[in-house]
Design a protein around this ligand. Structure first.
Ligand SMILES: *[C@@H]1O[C@H](CO)[C@@H](O)[C@H](O)[C@H]1NC(C)=O
Length: 136
C-alpha cells in the first residue's frame, strides 16, 4: 500500500509542476504573452472554495466510501468501497495547495485493503476490474 501511495504522490508531483496554482519547478509553461482576464484570480479562488465545500460534505457524510450521495446525505460504494473520491481528489488537493486534505488522503490511501471489496456481489459483477484499476 505504501507503494501505491508513493506512486500517487509521484503522479501528483508531475501535475504540480504543470500547475497554474503553485509550483514552477518546470519553469515557464504557459505562453509568456498569454493575457488572462482580471477576473481570473477571483475565479480561481471560487473554484477552490467550491472544491473545499464539496469535499468537506464528502468528508462529513461519506468519508472512506467511493461517492457522496448529496441529496440523501449518504454514500455509495460502486468502486469496491476503497474511497475512490479521496483518490480522485488527491491531484486537485495538491494543485490547490490543500495540504491538510492531501495529508489526510495520503494517510487513508496507505491503509486501503485492495484485497477486499466492499461492493455488493451484484454490482461487482458488472464493474470491470480494469475500470477500477484505472481509477486507482
Ligand atoms: C446509506 O447507504 C447505505 C449503503 O447503501 C445503506 O445501507 C443505508 O441504509 C443508507 N442509510 C440511509 C439512512 O439511507
Amino acid at each position: 500500500m505504501v507503494g501505491l501511495a508513493v506512486t500517487i504522490v509521484r503522479c501528483i508531483g508531475i501535475l504540480a509542476v504543470l500547475s497554474p496554482f503553485g509550483s514552477t519547478i518546470a519553469g515557464q509553461v504557459q505562453k509568456p504573452s498569454l493575457q488572462v482576464p482580471s477576473s481570473a484570480l477571483q475565479h480561481r479562488e471560487d473554484v477552490k472554495d467550491i472544491f473545499i465545500e464539496s469535499y468537506n460534505a464528502y468528508r462529513k457524510f461519506a468519508f472512506g466510501h467511493d461517492d457522496l450521495l448529496p441529496v440523501t446525505k449518504n454514500f455509495s460504494d460502486g468502486r469496491n468501497g476503497w474511497g475512490a473520491s479521496i483518490v480522485d481528489g488527491m491531484a486537485t488537493m495538491q494543485i490547490m495547495g490543500l495540504d491538510d486534505f492531501f495529508n489526510e488522503a495520503v494517510n487513508f490511501v496507505g491503509k486501503i485493503d485492495l484485497s477486499e471489496s466492499k461492493t455488493s456481489d451484484a454490482v461487482r459483477q458488472v464493474i470491470s476490474t480494469r475500470r477500477t484499476a484505472r481509477r486507482f
